[in-house]
Design a protein around this ligand. Structure first.
Ligand SMILES: [Zn+2]
Length: 412
């Protein structure tokens, strides 16, 4: 079900050191309906390592992707944020490419075709590649041709034989998910015409460290990219990194533009500027991660005192947020044991049970129904929105505890 690799995913160096220790967890997005056959999955290790040769931050424990992605049910279109994000994405990328002709666009990890639909609306021809037959079917129903499979050498050969090469290949977040990233990048290279551009968006290690977005470390995110190792890695795979945009998604991401090594397109100054900044701010210094671990330990100790006191006085605590990152935070701070239920505003998540601890996920109305007085906001990045939405809970004497990046108590 999982294996542990011993070398860096990008440069093959065996010189990898632990950067941040995480507790083992079951797949963190495994929120299932009661009675589901896969409701109980084992816990897998998910420590974060850093390659001492190239600087790439990564997980070495690789869970079988069929367990993590085989049956996923969430579609891009169900996220209103993503719809807007992709709208801007298409505008920015087309402006960068600055080509008046209709392009052939391939999106890897195309999900229900939300992004490709936007390229199509501009008159470009599109093809999706996605591992899930279920979402591919939805995409096809929306008129987005989709090839089912993980991107590897064989898939790339099948796709080029049937559809030819592409002017633009996009991959959003999936470039953090592939274990065999060298094969993935080389497969992308074979799918590209000589003047093609490969655009991929991934979360940025520097934002993870600077903004303490440590709950973004989980099994699915095998790679936590930064520019220095990426540039070297892409060259190894026949590609050249020419531009990087910083974007706000996922707590801080980078949108990278690469061309074939043989392309005359030149690297823009931003690439070297970002590498210089990474080095000057000590991004590749393990001390940064030690500091983060200390911060987590302090919060954990303080939070446990609060929880024990609340349980003694009120008998129950609710946790707010039924998402992958919330699961990571609950495990990392070891607070599942205090929770009696989880609140989430997304109806798709409600009535499900949380991974591992099987806490029921209920709508916010359950807070008043169950006479909950204290709520820990596991989805801390959305704390302001959650507090705003639950004024009635505060009016009735409820208390919100925001655990991260430092404990804050919100009450009336
Ligand atoms: Zn490396």
């Amino acid at each position: 079900m999982f294996y542990t690799r011993t070398t860096c995913r990008l440069c093959d160096s065996p010189d990898v050191s632990i950067a941040f220790k995480m507790p083992s967890m079951p797949p963190v997005d495994n929120y299932r309906l009661p009675g589901d056959a896969e409701i109980v999955l084992p816990a897998f290790p998910m420590d974060l390592y850093m390659c001492q040769a190239c600087g790439h931050a990564q997980l070495l424990d690789v869970v079988d992707p069929d367990i993590l992605f085989g049956n996923y049910i969430y579609t891009s279109s169900s996220s209103p944020d993503l719809d807007e994000h992709f709208g801007k994405y298409v505008e920015v990328v087309l402006r960068f490419l600055n080509q008046p002709k209709a392009l052939k666009v391939l999106d890897v990890g195309s999900n229900d075709g939300l992004l490709l639909g936007k390229f199509k609306a501009f008159g470009h021809s599109v093809l999706g590649v996605d591992a899930s037959e279920a979402v591919a079917k939805i995409a096809r129903n929306h008129g987005i041709e989709t090839h089912v499979g993980y991107l590897n050498k064989a898939t790339a050969a099948q796709v080029t034989a049937k559809y030819g090469k592409f002017d633009l290949v996009t991959a959003n977040n999936v470039f953090s998910h592939a274990d065999n990233l060298q094969e993935f990048a080389r497969a992308v290279e074979t799918l590209m015409t000589d003047n093609a551009t490969f655009v991929f968006e991934v979360s940025y290690l520097k934002d993870l460290v600077d903004k303490s977005v440590i709950d973004y470390v989980y099994h699915e995110h095998l790679c936590h990219h930064s520019i220095k190792p990426l540039k070297q890695f892409l060259e190894l795979c026949g590609l050249k990194l020419v531009n990087v945009d910083r974007v706000a998604t996922k707590g801080g991401s980078i949108r990278c533009y690469a061309v074939k090594k043989s392309s005359p397109a030149a690297e823009l100054p931003v690439v070297q500027a970002m590498i210089t900044e990474e080095l000057e701010t000590g991004l590749y210094d393990l001390a940064n991660f030690k500091k983060l671990a200390k911060q987590v330990e302090q919060i954990k100790a303080e939070l446990h005192l609060i929880c024990k006191d609340v349980i003694q006085r009120q008998g129950q605590i609710a946790l707010y947020g039924a998402a992958a990152t919330a699961t990571v935070l609950n495990y990392m701070l070891d607070i599942n044991q205090y929770g009696s239920l989880i609140i989430d505003d997304n109806p798709v998540r409600q009535q499900r049970l949380s991974p591992g601890f099987m806490l029921p996920v209920l709508p916010a109305s359950a807070l008043l129904e169950h006479h909950v007085k204290t709520v820990i906001i596991s989805a801390w990045r959305f704390a302001d929105l959650i507090v705003e939405r639950n004024k009635e809970f505060l009016d009735q004497g409820g208390v919100f505890v925001i655990p991260f990046p430092a404990i804050r108590i919100i009450k009336k």
